[in-house]
Design a binder for this molecule. Structure first.
Ligand code: AMP
Length: 249
């Protein structure tokens, strides 16, 4: 079974994000970028499936500007076999990414698609769900365990009340949650080997997709500074403050 993994390049999770002075977005110039952490988990899971013999090939796909190739190289260094880069300088929103991935999937015919549950830059948590909808495929979102049993996919997923298990027919789409696995670090020899693995470049036009944004961002602002908290000495004092100061009870 071929597994296709969608990987996004985002601001490194350890970088403090700054809003641009003109409020049009966040500063990305001279900022360290990395693979979205949930996409790392997706790549790790696909590579483990290949190591276990349930996957035959792992294909990493990134949509975005030329720099997205770095993210594909990271996936290749982790163990993916080849990459596909959908190259565009247009600002991509989840629906556009879902349409682009759908077109790639039509050509590649994978048995399983794994995306992150969300990208830590826009926190949209939409692309995987939209893609499954466009494909008409079953989806297992927020997966914390995946197993193939009798030609079907068993997905343990994290829901508000605990864990839910779904059995999905293949082909299917899965989005990863934090506890699915702990992604490996790429070793130096594997980083070197990854340089020789193929990355195919395609354009949205060649895929027949118009990726232009459908939503307009009006303004991006820093979150309000939180006021300092206070410690109370007793439950009685807490109740008094909640009742008479905060007036919430
Ligand atoms: P989002 O819906 O933006 O929170 O993203 C959820 C997931 O969709 C990510 O973790 C990726 O797996 C995938 N995704 C989003 N944007 C891209 C992109 N530009 N290229 C490849 N995959 C993407």
């Amino acid at each position: 079974m071929k597994v296709l993994v969608a990987v996004k390049r985002v601001i490194d999770a350890n970088v403090k994000v700054r809003v641009k002075a003109d409020g049009t977005g966040v500063e990305t110039a001279n900022v360290k970028m990395a693979m979205n952490p949930f996409c790392e988990i997706a790549v790790e899971e696909a590579v483990r499936m290949k190591e276990a013999g349930t996957a035959t090939e792992v294909v990493a796909v990134a949509c975005g500007p030329a720099s997205s190739q770095e993210t594909i190289r990271t996936a290749l260094a982790m163990g993916a076999d080849r990459g596909i880069h959908v190259q565009t300088d247009v600002e991509l929103q989840p629906l556009a990414v879902a349409k682009l991935l759908k077109a790639v999937i039509a050509k590649e015919q994978p048995g399983l698609v794994i995306t992150g549950k969300q990208a830590i830059d826009d926190d949209s948590n939409q692309t995987g769900q939209m893609l499954a909808g466009l494909l008409g495929w079953p989806q297992g979102t927020f997966a914390s365990k995946l197993t193939i049993e009798g030609g079907k996919l068993r997905v343990k997923r994290e829901v508000d009340g605990g864990l839910e298990t779904e059995i999905l027919n293949l082909p299917a789409l899965v989005t990863t949650d934090l506890r699915l696995n702990e992604p490996r670090y790429a070793s130096l020899p594997n980083i070197m080997k990854a340089k020789k693995k193929p990355i195919e470049a395609v354009t949205p036009e060649a895929l027949g997709v118009d990726p232009s944004p459908r939503l307009k961002v009006l303004k991006v602002v820093e979150p309000a500074k939180r006021k300092a908290g206070a410690k109370v000495k007793s439950v009685a004092e807490l109740v008094d403050k909640l009742r008479n100061e905060a007036k919430v009870i």
